[in-house]
Design a protein around this ligand. Structure first.
Ligand SMILES: Cc1cc2nc3c(=O)[nH]c(=O)nc-3n(C[C@H](O)[C@H](O)[C@H](O)COP(=O)(O)OP(=O)(O)OC[C@H]3O[C@@H](n4cnc5c(N)ncnc54)[C@H](O)[C@@H]3O)c2cc1C
Length: 324
């Protein structure tokens, strides 16, 4: 007999949600068509507390980071695989304007507690992290394959809605059931490069970032192309990232791979969770934008609280904010 809850998609969103449901003892199955074009497959998995040209503190990072650390830590223990890596970011000023913004914000206390030592060239961002998403996705997939909860095929939404109590859309760009939500897409590209002398705990950042995986390999990313829904790589994306890699590494490197994925986000840059207002048997956890690692554990927890005790979703992320 089919489990009452079906999660559609085993990217980052579906994985964290399924994990929390399993821990809570709630009966579910998970359907996933494969990670071929999943955004989670190409994401660097970075949590960076201060981002963007205007050096903005990531939304709710002080509250969500400990929750995320705890969630990934529990998965690590269960799967026996290292997922969470503490990192620092060496943020180098792009220009005089960015240097001024930094000093003004720091003077107003807006970058505490993240901004560390600073000099003429840039400053340190403390409290960053990297989650190893390829390991998380493949180890979790194996776990649910072994327990018979995973269906490795595309979900037929109509058929599933008619035979389940709840179908939750964690399908990333494959979302099909929440037409009233104004989904936006943005292609992102990354390079896998080989070089020498990398410091594994340090992400280099100026416009783009270089995120070391070990002493010799790093990811370089990520481009943003709002409005582009293609998961194909491009020559322009590669050229932009090579330029940044040359600037940040300042030594020879070789490009080994180039990948692309599509982020799904909302105009207010907040994710979407909760039940469909007209079809309560449909749920969603999607629109993670470029902050999926930080947001997914919090949203998954809200789903569990909702299913256990009927608690509503945080209004800032509830999908019903788009229903008129
Ligand atoms: C280049 C790049 C770099 C990034 N870097 C970071 C970063 O450093 N840190 C960070 O936090 N975020 C980053 N992100 C964002 C991050 O990738 C996303 O927030 C997150 O991975 C989205 O996960 P998801 O599960 O919603 O979607 P996806 O990862 O796209 O997963 C969706 C899954 O659903 C499946 N699916 C879709 N439709 C169906 C269907 N009908 N039936 C069955 N299965 C279906 C797909 O096969 C797929 O496996 C980056 C994104 C990109 C593109």
């Amino acid at each position: 007999m089919a489990a009452p809850i079906l999660i559609v998609g085993q990217g980052l969103a579906g994985t964290l949600l399924a994990w929390e449901l399993e821990v809570a003892g709630l009966p579910f199955e998970i359907a996933d068509a494969g990670h071929g074009v999943a955004a989670s497959r190409v994401a660097a998995g970075i949590v960076n507390p201060v981002t963007g040209r205007r050096l903005v503190e990531s939304w709710r990072v002080a509250e969500l980071r400990p929750l995320a650390r705890d969630a990934y830590g529990r998965i690590e223990s269960r799967l026996g695989r290292k997922l969470w890596h503490e990192m620092r970011v060496r943020r180098r000023f792009a220009d005089e304007r960015e240097r001024r913004v930094f000093h003004e914000k720091r003077a107003r206390g807006e970058l505490a507690p993240w901004a560390g030592l600073a000099d003429d060239d840039g400053f340190w961002i403390e409290g960053a992290a990297r989650v190893d998403l390829p390991v998380l996705l493949s180890a979790a997939r194996e776990h649910w394959r072994a327990s018979g909860r995973l269906c490795e095929a595309a979900c037929d939404w109509t058929a599933e809605i008619s035979r389940r109590e709840l179908v939750i859309d964690c399908a990333g760009r494959g979302t099909a059931a929440f037409g009233f939500v104004p989904w936006e897409r943005s292609r992102g590209e990354v390079l896998l490069v080989e070089t020498t002398g990398l410091e594994p705990g340090v992400i280099l950042n100026r416009r783009h970032w270089v995120c070391p995986l070990d002493e010799r390999t790093a990811l370089v990313g990520a481009t943003h192309e709002p409005g582009c829904d293609s998961p194909e790589t491009s020559a322009v994306g590669r050229a932009r990232l090579e330029e940044s890699a040359a600037d940040l590494l300042a030594r020879p490197f070789a490009v080994r791979e180039q990948w692309a994925g599509v982020r799904v986000q909302l105009p207010d840059r907040r994710p979407a969770a909760g039940r469909h207002p007209a079809q309560p048997a449909l749920g969603v956890l999607n629109g993670l934008g470029s902050k999926g690692v930080l947001l997914a554990p919090w949203l998954a927890r809200q789903w569990v609280d909702h299913l256990r005790s009927g608690v509503g979703f945080d209004p800032t992320v509830d999908c019903r904010r788009f229903a008129s």
